[in-house]
Design a protein around this ligand. Structure first.
Ligand code: SF4
Length: 380
């Protein structure tokens, strides 16, 4: 199983909390798009032995690209890489740029999963976050997506937002349930240094919810989604049966993936070695280096077996089903329950982990205190 990620680093406007590599200035969109195609051409001969089971076009906001570009990128991708016939192909969109033409272009190019950034159904909160869309824009985007043929739709939402009340968050989830959205990603806001929101909070112009209130908000949301037929399959992800995101499951399984585009990350088995690297996050460097026929790669690291095992545990314990002991054994030739016996013994005493014949997984308490639980594996 391998995934392929393509980064589109442009947005209509920068959100106040965002520290992703994305730009509101799209003047170099054409150069970037040509560079992406060149990067695909550079990688194609190196990836000829890999089959990709998932593709994820993320951002940024991929749907801000002018018409025709996303469709062309996907056809280049399919011409140059071995993409499985039943691949899950996701594209991210934001409501303000999810026009019927754009969504039709995506579905005609083979995109079969749409991930829409809602964040909140409260227009007042959206304004405070610096989002450029409204709740009505989101509802229109969902209708349009369905009209052109999308059934597999994700909505991204956030909790622990400044000024957010429990009812605001529950209203957001109620809207998604009423619209029949089959997958929801719900992340807690992370206040990132260097963002306007960080400055506002530090200056007292904005106040984040009390951490206990934010935790209660999250608990109420989990209970509500479970009552409405969603399974929490990863700490922050909820799906109706059969709608789990295969691309992200591959990340949490510590599977192989290739990242194309600015600041994208890759993890690949190369000549037998587990290897991680990332692309430059400097747009000029990216465009120039690819233009000169060079891969814009930085920080190539060969990961030793012990570290690869640890990564597999860290990522796998994010999943509600945890780590499959037989899969771990097949990959590393050792049972994780034997390898991590001291950490597991401590977590069992703390009532945070469950070990069965098949799997190793954090229970609800372990998930609530996930960072503490994972530290035990690091410290053992
Ligand atoms: S739409 Fe997403 S990537 Fe773009 S600025 Fe907002 S949070 Fe960042």
């Amino acid at each position: 199983m391998a995934g392929l990620y393509i980064h589109i680093p442009f947005c209509r406007k920068k959100c106040r909390y965002c520290d992703f590599v994305s730009f509101a200035d799209s003047s170099r969109e054409d150069l970037y798009y040509l560079a992406l195609i060149s990067e695909m051409r550079l990688y194609a001969p190196l990836m000829k032995d890999k089959r990709f089971d998932t593709v994820f076009i993320g951002g940024g906001t991929p749907t801000v690209l002018s018409e025709g570009k996303l469709g062309h990128l996907l056809s280049e991708l399919k011409n140059r890489f071995d993409i499985a016939p039943d691949a899950e192909i996701t594209c991210e969109a934001n409501p303000e740029s999810a026009s019927e033409e754009k969504l039709r272009e995506l579905i005609e190019a083979g995109v079969n999963r749409l991930s829409i950034g809602l964040q909140s159904a409260s227009d007042a909160l959206l304004r405070r976050l610096g989002r450029v869309h409204t709740k009505a824009d989101f509802m229109k985007a969902v209708n349009t997506a369905r009209k052109v043929g999308f059934t597999n739709i994700n909505a991204d939402v956030m909790h622990a937002l400044p000024g957010q009340k429990r009812e605001d968050y529950m209203d957001t989830l109620r809207l998604l349930v009423s619209l029949g959205i089959p997958h929801i990603s719900s992340y807690s806001l992370i206040l990132e240094e260097g963002t306007p929101l960080f400055d506002d909070v530090n200056a007292g112009r904005e106040t984040l919810p009390d951490p206990d209130d934010a935790a209660d908000m999250q608990d109420d949301g989990i209970a509500f989604l479970e009552e409405n037929g969603f399974a929490r399959y990863e700490i922050s992800n909820f799906a109706k049966p059969g709608f789990e995101c295969r691309h992200n499951l591959n990340y949490w399984d510590n599977g192989e993936y290739l990242g194309l585009g600015l600041n994208s990350h890759s993890a690949l088995r190369l000549k037998g070695d587990w290897t991680r690297f990332n692309n430059t996050e400097n747009l000029s460097e990216y465009i120039n280096e690819v233009g000169e026929g060079k891969l814009p790669v930085r920080n190539t690291q060969k990961i030793e077996k012990q570290e690869e095992m640890f990564e597999t545990v860290m990522l796998g314990l994010r999943k509600i089903n945890g780590i499959s002991r037989s899969e771990f054994q097949a990959r590393f030739n050792v049972d994780p329950v034997t390898e991590y016996a001291p950490a597991i013994a401590e977590l069992e005493l703390d009532g945070m982990i469950e070990v069965t014949e098949e799997s190793l997984r954090l229970n609800r308490r372990g998930l609530d205190f996930q960072n503490e639980a994972l530290l035990k594996f690091m410290d053992q």
